[in-house]
Unconditional design. Structure first.
Ligand SMILES: *[C@@H]1O[C@H](CO)[C@@H](O)[C@H](O)[C@H]1NC(C)=O
Ligand SMILES: *[C@@H]1O[C@H](CO)[C@@H](O)[C@H](O)[C@H]1NC(C)=O
Ligand SMILES: *[C@@H]1O[C@H](CO)[C@@H](O)[C@H](O)[C@H]1NC(C)=O
Ligand SMILES: CC(=O)N[C@H]1CO[C@H](CO)[C@@H](O)[C@@H]1O
Length: 681
């Protein structure tokens, strides 16, 4: 149901007066995109619809009007509709001029409380308005409910280059002929109460928990806006994809057949699909709420590791030439919507991300998280990702450990997600990701009975850990890195690898660094990056000097990264520091939503004064890592379990195909997938 392009508007009318009234509510809509450079793109057709034939037992049915047109050559039909009950009248207007004063429409509503069929047949030819009106008598002391719906049916879409046409997910049930508007309205108006009931089941355990601060309840659910408003796309699998995407494995294909293909942008301003170094943080939302979409996405990235795109690109910051996508690398992103995502990956050309140290390691950690928590340690998945994990570790040892001491070094460029903050030599950020990745490789090897390999990873981890401790530990925190201008800086994200591995498995994390030092470093981050910054009311600044001043050596050192702040908060919660965790995150949430007017557009970065960067950003979905920590480390009720055990919804209607498909889809139940994947292999 979450793929359906529809929404409802429910009005409750209560007559508090001594008089009986007739009440009308009108819903208007206009065609077009609002683009001022309009150039007669298409003629718009309207069609009135009526589902009287399928009236329910109470005699209610849906009536409305469709507005059929094209946006950038793609068919798009809007439908607006209303429930008509026996005591209510629904009237429909299929033509008024939305850019005029609206006088004719208003006059007839005012005089009769109802609409006429047409008002401005020869409008100005640019825009066309349609309207639906529900009216009913509401006697003194009585109540009445009026329900209206909107659907936007745009079944087939293409990206900027227009190459490949994609079918959106809901076409699985509603077809792709752009005639689904009326049915979508009907479905929404019938099912919305059940949808609301299920949303309540999902949210109530959080909302009613007195141990949780009020702002957090708001933040957790409101930050999810990006899941749907992040340029999000969810497509139905198309067998033709395999012709041009040779890298797709049978494992991924089977998952995509079932669950479709999902993409979301890094940011409204940074238009790249599924930017992986950022998704690493944000993925906690998908992992908890749409686990099979996360599973399919991770599987797609596995297929990308050995994919090569030889086309040479000159990268902006270093000026070097390199292939668009190198072998044995996790891609930075799956493409730019202005081109053709999936067919043209790595749209990011600031740096050659084939040299980035974090992407490959983040992929390994995410495989482990998904293996343990989404797939319930299913060996089929493990075998599917294992070759990539092995190759990526070997590549890192061959190319990034120059002194062969087991620990990787950064190059002196900004070769990781902090793409303007240079790291030189061993760094806390990438070093901790490396330690965690080695521990994961060791566990995976053990699981697969690869005893020698497991021993090799364990031995490498031992050496790498000793280097990390020796070069970076500075009594109360791990230094930023060895040699850069920020080397002494206290980085908020210094223990990123530990945080993530700890979220998966506490015992594994404790293998990579001593717990007492980790706790001490976290306290230092809290005291310096959170409390000593902006009065402790803006989250964690990325870099703080040991003397309590903000690191201004690089532009990103003096930023607060909202998504990193939530991750640090999650880390504090994992370590049992709930109060500090909530205090850390509340600063950044309250700054965005209450002080700066940036609600539902949470930026990547906040500055102490005056500025912010990149609104509508993916990373802050990492607030779901806080919820993850509360559930997995602190015994709070698991809302994914609640969803899983809730009776599964079956779409209305008797369509056999709908029933079977939807039931399979809504089963977040791992056994189904495991069986399917096993079949494939
Ligand atoms: C809106 O509808 C009118 C009337 O058919 C049409 O002339 C106009 O091109 C349409 N506008 C867009 C943007 O489709
Ligand atoms: C901490 O870092 C400073 C600056 O690099 C250095 O002078 C000092 O010796 C370090 N302390 C420890 C205990 O490593
Ligand atoms: C803090 O340390 C930085 C360098 O690490 C230095 O530039 C700055 O002047 C110092 N500030 C204070 C107030 O001591
Ligand atoms: C539900 C409600 O508030 N009903 C009110 C409607 O108006 C009558 C007459 O004023 C009141 O008596 C009711 O309380």
């Amino acid at each position: 149901a979450s793929s359906l392009p529809t929404t409802v508007f429910v009005w409750e009318i209560k007559n508090d007066s001594e008089n009986d009234y007739d009440v009308s509510i009108t819903f208007t809509f206009r065609n077009g995109t609002g683009d001022p450079r309009w150039k007669r793109e298409s003629v718009c057709q309207t069609a009135v619809f009526d589902n009287a034939a399928t009236a329910g037992p109470d005699g209610a049915f849906v009536q409305g009007v469709c507005l059929e047109h094209k946006i950038a050559r793609m068919k798009c039909t809007y439908a607006i509709g209303a429930v008509k009950r026996p005591n209510q009248a629904v009237t429909i207007c299929r033509n008024f001029r939305p850019c005029g004063s609206g006088r004719k429409l208003w006059d007839s509503l005012f005089a009769k409380g109802q609409l006429e069929g047409e008002y401005d047949v020869d409008g100005d030819g640019r825009e066309l308005g349609v309207a639906v009106c529900v009216s009913a008598p509401v006697p003194s002391g009585k109540r009445e409910t009026m329900e209206l719906a909107l659907a936007w049916d745009m079944p087939k879409v293409a990206f900027g280059q227009g190459g490949r046409v994609y079918k959106r997910r809901y076409t699985r049930w509603y077809g792709d002929d752009c005639k689904a508007g009326p049915e979508l309205c009907r479905r929404a108006l019938i099912d919305y109460r059940d949808w609301e009931r299920r949303i309540d089941i999902w949210q109530t355990p959080v909302l009613n928990d007195e141990r949780l601060p009020a702002w957090y309840k708001s933040a957790l659910f409101n930050e999810l806006y990006f899941m749907t408003d992040g340029g999000s796309i969810w497509f139905e699998f198309d067998e033709d994809w395999t012709k041009l995407e040779k890298q797709l494995s049978p494992y991924s294909i089977e998952l995509m057949r079932r669950y479709g293909r999902f993409g979301y942008l890094e940011s409204w301003e940074y238009r790249m699909v599924n930017t992986y170094d950022v998704h690493f943080y944000a993925s906690f939302a998908l992992a908890q709420l749409w686990p099979q979409l996360e599973h399919a996405l991770q599987s797609e990235f596995t297929d990308q590791v050995e994919h090569l795109d030889e086309k040479s690109v000159r990268y902006h910051m270093e000026g070097d030439w390199a292939p668009t996508k190198s072998r044995t690398r996790v891609p930075h992103d799956l493409g730019n919507p202005a081109d053709d995502p999936w067919l043209m990956t790595n749209a990011y050309v600031m740096h050659d991300t084939g040299k980035w140290k974090d992407l490959n390691l983040k992929f390994i950690l995410t495989c482990y998280r998904d293996y343990v928590h989404i797939l319930n340690r299913d060996e089929t998945f493990l075998r599917a990702v294992w070759p990539a994990v092995e190759d990526l570790i070997r590549e890192a040892l061959d190319h990034w450990d120059h002194d062969k001491d087991g620990m990787i070094e950064n190059s002196g460029a900004a070769d990781q997600t902090y793409d303007a903050w240079k790291m030189t030599g061993v760094s806390a950020y990438c070093g901790s990701l490396w330690l965690a990745a080695l521990q994961v490789a060791r566990r995976m090897a053990e699981q697969l009975g690869e005893v020698e390999k497991a021993a090799f990873y364990a031995e490498t981890l031992g050496r790498a850990r000793a280097v990390y401790e020796k070069k970076l530990w500075n009594k109360t925190y791990y230094k930023f890195d060895e040699h850069s201008r920020s080397r002494d800086t206290i980085m908020a994200d210094q223990l990123c690898g530990y945080w993530f591995l700890d979220s998966v498995c506490v015992e594994d994390a404790q293998q990579i660094l001593p717990l007492d030092r980790v706790k001490q470093a976290l306290n230092t981050i809290y005291d310096y990056n959170v409390c000593k910054f902006a009065g402790g009311r803006m989250g964690a600044v990325n870099g703080m000097k040991p003397n309590g001043t903000v690191d201004r050596a690089c532009i990103q050192a003096d930023e607060v990264w909202t998504g990193v702040t939530y991750a640090v908060a999650a880390f504090l919660i994992q370590q049992g520091e709930l109060e500090k965790g909530f205090r850390t995150a509340s600063g950044c949430y309250e700054a965005c939503f209450e002080r700066f007017g940036l609600q539902y557009q949470t930026p990547e970065a906040l500055y102490e004064h005056r500025f912010y960067r990149a609104i509508g950003y993916m990373r802050p979905l990492s607030i779901w890592a806080m919820q993850w920590a509360l559930e997995k480390h602190c015994g709070f009720p698991s809302i994914s379990d609640i969803l899983l055990h809730e009776k599964r919804i079956v779409p209305d209607g008797s369509d056999e195909d709908v029933l079977t498909d939807a039931t399979a889809d809504l089963a977040a139940d791992t056994t189904t997938t495991t069986a399917a994947a096993a079949e494939v292999l």
